[in-house]
Structure formats: structure tokens, C-alpha cells
Design a binder for this molecule. Structure first.
Ligand code: SF4
Length: 365
């Protein structure tokens, strides 16, 4: 293909290899850059990017207030910063956000009747795919001109998508290929971008650079923890998914939890807002409770034991693999993560309380 993306196109898809090459000449090495005023400015843009990724309501705008190379640099710096924070949920949030942005830009490139597109130089082929869309898809090994995809590729991409329409039983498969509707190709591309961007995180960032970024990383970590606390609200054990309830029951009845079981339970209760002493108290229900050993393990898993790494509760797929997914409830069909189960169940419980209150007779005054 005799086409090279413009700087503007690269700034909208900063994860492209070409985008990274594009900024190599614009800025000094990161450790040097961070000492300069420009570095402070770009760090500010990167922090804004991370905050957007963490916000519940995201505002994605195709019109940037700064230069194209600065936009690309903010993408790179954001990934460096979260690598220094060492929190898997942050990696997930940031990569999901980057994939969502790319999907939005792919769909808004040429605009609509009511809205102007962001790419005035977009050129469409006979299939109505723009050059940059075809270019990105090729880099992520998806052919936008085909209405089918090799079975193995399809399964890999949709394994984390839960919509019925993506399930293989609802697809036509012929001679090792899965048929795909045209409008679904960009959705699959979005998913592929997310998985690959996530696979590359965390970066191995030199200690000296993480030290330079420490104040920023610390404030992001703090803000994120506050957001999580707001999101999950007060702890409600009755909303725990069956897998976690089973682990607690096993603990209480004196069974020895496997390492995977302890890990899953600790990371889960930590994320939903249980502090370290409360988690230790939970383990105190176990007959072979060893306070010192328990505190050591809990602190290690929750990131206070020196490594700084906070672990995330395993998703349902991983729970199934380790045999920890037990007695799944009907709600389990709609979620892919025990934390999502908890959030939905809490919302449902809150709804029931309000409904009950509304149907109760108002006592005469
Ligand atoms: S499906 Fe997920 S949330 Fe439900 S019990 Fe299994 S692991 Fe837990």
C-alpha cells in the first residue's frame, strides 16, 4: 500500500509503530525530558489521559488543543506512569480507554450528515474503509475487506466478549472461517487493539525514571483508590458472588484454602474496600489461623509488602480454570468478573430496598 499516515492520523492512533517512530526525533530521552518544562507539560497531558481512563463518564474529543507529537508523547508517558504505579486494574482501564478512543476515531473519521469528521484528508476505498482504518487493521492482523475471519483468530478475539451475537453457536462457520458482518469488524478490531496494548503492559521502566515520576504516580494511585471506594461503596457481604461466599464458608468451616483460593479471596475483598486488618480478621475465622503469616500474605497481595504491586482478583475464566467457580448463580451468566457480579448485585439489592420502601404503607401521622 503506497500510503503513509499523516501526523494528524498518527496522533489519533498513537499506539501505531509509526506513531512511536514519528516522535523519536521530536523529544529527548524520557529521563532528560522529565527534567525540562516540556516534560512537565507532557506529564500533565498524560495524567489527564489516565484520569479520563478512570472516569466513569468519558469525554473523547477528536480535536486536540496541542500538537500531534505532544498527543502521541502523552500516550507513551501515560503508559510509563501506570507501569510505575504497578496496578493491574490501572493497566486494564487505560488499555480499554485507548481501544475505545481508537474505535470512536475510526467511526467519526468522515463524520455524518450532522457532524463533520475529524479527518478532512480521509480517502475511502470501494468497501468504504478509510486508508488509516485499513492500515491499523493490517497492523493488528485483521482484514477489513473480508467478511470472514479464521476460526482461531475469531475465538481468540471474542473470548472475553459476552454478547450473545459473538458466541460461536450464533455464527455461521464454513471451512475454518467465521462469517462476520461488516459493522462488526471494527468492534473486533477494537477488542484486538485492547488485548495487544494490555499484553505490552507493564513496561520495564528504569527505577530512576519511576523515581522522577513518583509524585505523579502516587497521586494517581491515591485518586484511583478513592474512586474505587466510591464505586464499591460500603462493604456488603451478601452481594458477594457464589465463588467468594464459598471460599469464606470453606475458611470458616476449617478447610485449608489453596493458594489460588487465598489469592482470589484476598484480592477480591481488598478491591471491594476491606482494609488489611479486616482481611486478616476474615482469615481469623480459619481454625489454623496464623496471624503473622496471614498479615505477611495479605500485605504482599495488597501491595503493602514492599513490592508495591497490587494484584487484581481473577476473572471468571481464570476462576473456572482453578476450580474456584462454584454454584454459579443466574447473574453469573451476565458477568465475566466476580467484581462485576458484586457491583450488579449491590445495585440490585439497593433497588429492592427502595422498591420495598415505596410499597410499604405509610404509617398515619
Ligand atoms: S461465574 Fe464468576 S462470579 Fe459467578 S461464581 Fe463463577 S467465578 Fe464467581
Amino acid at each position: 500500500m503506497d500510503y503513509s499516515p499523516s501526523a494528524k492520523e498518527l496522533s489519533h492512533f498513537p499506539f501505531l509503530k509509526k506513531a512511536q517512530d514519528h516522535i523519536k526525533k521530536s523529544f529527548p530521552p524520557v529521563d532528560q525530558l522529565l527534567k525540562e518544562e516540556k516534560g512537565t507539560f507532557l506529564t500533565g497531558l498524560a495524567v489527564r489521559r489516565i484520569n479520563q481512563a478512570l472516569a466513569s463518564k468519558k469525554n473523547i474529543s477528536a480535536c486536540f488543543q496541542h500538537r500531534d507529537d505532544e498527543e502521541i508523547a502523552s500516550y507513551v508517558l501515560a503508559r510509563i506512569i501506570v507501569s510505575c504505579v504497578q496496578d493491574k486494574q490501572l493497566y486494564d482501564r487505560l488499555t480499554r480507554y485507548e481501544a475505545e478512543r481508537a474505535y470512536y476515531f475510526l467511526n467519526s473519521e468522515t463524520g455524518s450528515e450532522s457532524e463533520k469528521g475529524w479527518n478532512e484528508n480521509a480517502v475511502l476505498d470501494d468497501e468504504q474503509n478509510s486508508r488509516i482504518a485499513t492500515y491499523i487493521a493490517a497492523e493488528f492482523a485483521i482484514d477489513l475487506s473480508r467478511d470472514r475471519m479464521p476460526l482461531a483468530d475469531y475465538i481468540e478475539i471474542v473470548s472475553v466478549l459476552h454478547e450473545e451475537r459473538f458466541k460461536l453457536v450464533n455464527r455461521r462457520v464454513r471451512k475454518g472461517y467465521v462469517e462476520i458482518k461488516k459493522e462488526e469488524l471494527l468492534e473486533l478490531l477494537r477488542e484486538r487493539i485492547r488485548v495487544i496494548l494490555r499484553r505490552d503492559l507493564p513496561y520495564h521502566v528504569p527505577k530512576a525514571i519511576c523515581e522522577q515520576l513518583a509524585p505523579v504516580a502516587e497521586s494517581i494511585k491515591k485518586e484511583y483508590q478513592e474512586k474505587m471506594l466510591q464505586q464499591f461503596g460500603s462493604l456488603e457481604e451478601s452481594a458477594f458472588p457464589p465463588c467468594m461466599q464459598a471460599l469464606i464458608t470453606a475458611l470458616t468451616s476449617g478447610a485449608n484454602l489453596t493458594h489460588a483460593g487465598r489469592f482470589a479471596l484476598t484480592t477480591f475483598v481488598h478491591t471491594v474496600g476491606m482494609d488489611v486488618p479486616a482481611i486478616a480478621r476474615l482469615y481469623a475465622r480459619s481454625p489454623d489461623f496464623d496471624p503473622e503469616k496471614t498479615m505477611y500474605q495479605v500485605e504482599h497481595i495488597t501491595g503493602r509488602g514492599g513490592s508495591g504491586t497490587e494484584y487484581t482478583a481473577p476473572a471468571c475464566a481464570a476462576m473456572r480454570t482453578t476450580g474456584l467457580c462454584v454454584n454459579p448463580a443466574p447473574l453469573c451468566e451476565r458477568v465475566s468478573h466476580p467484581l462485576s457480579y458484586y457491583k450488579v448485585k449491590k445495585r440490585e439489592n439497593a433497588g429492592k430496598v427502595i422498591k420495598k420502601a415505596n410499597t410499604q404503607k405509610i404509617p398515619p401521622t
